[in-house]
Design a protein around this ligand. Structure first.
Ligand SMILES: [Zn+2]
Length: 255
């Protein structure tokens, strides 16, 4: 086995066994089963599996029931009191307004359409059909279980069939999905889904490595544990050599 692959599978085992709390493990197992990511559950094909609402690439418009800014600020004051503090003390007086404003940016991905980002391809490079790899795309997200940040790097590779997209577009796709309440597994699948459906490449590989602050700060309190998720589609799914090529290219950037 290739050395890069060996160290990767070691890390995968390590994080699966020790890093995840039981709830996260169960959720991840459920997601894997539902979506049939490359191996685990062969009886449910990905094409017909129902996706959880959080896995939709384009979230339904929040047509009704979206609270006003005043209601959102009141909710923040409630949470400040729930944490044990006094929302009326000087240092916290403007906090509800700041938090609701910050939400606009931290969760701005709900307003963005990842599909639209990929619609313009550079057709002048239509002849190019070898691997396109964008690695070390930094992202910041929030786990949907605790609303606590998780952050890390995404690596994306594909074999183009009808032109390539601007490299910054892939970074914006990652950002669009990261700026929503997420699980790392769902985010990884969403990135692969949108590239698959818009660019129709011959193969896609997505790897996300992240540190979850909800794991570092609460529960098992393990800092520095990196969780890895992958999605392999098309050529990357069918051919183990393609996976090794992808993993080697990603890992070689770290030396
Ligand atoms: Zn969490």
């Amino acid at each position: 086995m290739d050395a890069a692959l060996k160290s990767l599978s070691y890390r995968l085992t390590e994080t699966e066994d020790q890093g995840m709390d039981p709830t996260a493990k169960a959720a991840s197992a459920a997601l894997n089963g539902m979506r049939n990511d490359n191996a685990r559950s062969v009886e449910t094909p990905a094409e017909v599996a129902p996706l959880p609402p959080s896995a939709k690439r384009v979230p339904d418009a929040i047509a009704t029931g979206r609270p006003s800014r005043e209601e959102a600020e009141a909710a923040v004051r409630t949470l400040l009191r729930w944490a044990g503090d006094d929302p009326n003390r000087e240092g916290l007086r403007d906090t509800p307004a700041r938090v609701t404003k910050a939400y606009g940016q931290l969760f701005g991905g709900y307003e963005q359409d990842a599909d639209a980002l990929l619609e313009r391809v550079f057709e002048e490079v239509e002849g190019y059909s070898d691997i396109v790899l964008v690695r070390d795309i930094p992202f910041y997200s929030h786990c949907e279980h605790h609303m606590v940040p998780f952050m890390g790097l995404a690596h994306i590779a594909y074999y183009p069939t009808k032109g390539v997209v601007g490299l910054s577009k892939l970074a914006r796709v990652v950002d669009t999905f990261a700026r929503r309440l997420q699980t790392q597994e769902t985010m990884t699948a969403q990135i692969a889904d949108v590239i698959e459906s818009i660019l129709k490449p011959r193969g896609i590989a997505v790897m996300v490595e992240a540190e979850h602050l909800c794991m570092a700060m609460r529960g098992v309190q393990k800092a520095g544990v990196s969780t890895l998720t992958t999605q392999f589609r098309g050529a990357f799914k069918d051919d183990a050599n393609e996976q090794v090529r992808f993993l080697t290219l990603v890992r070689n950037s770290k030396s």
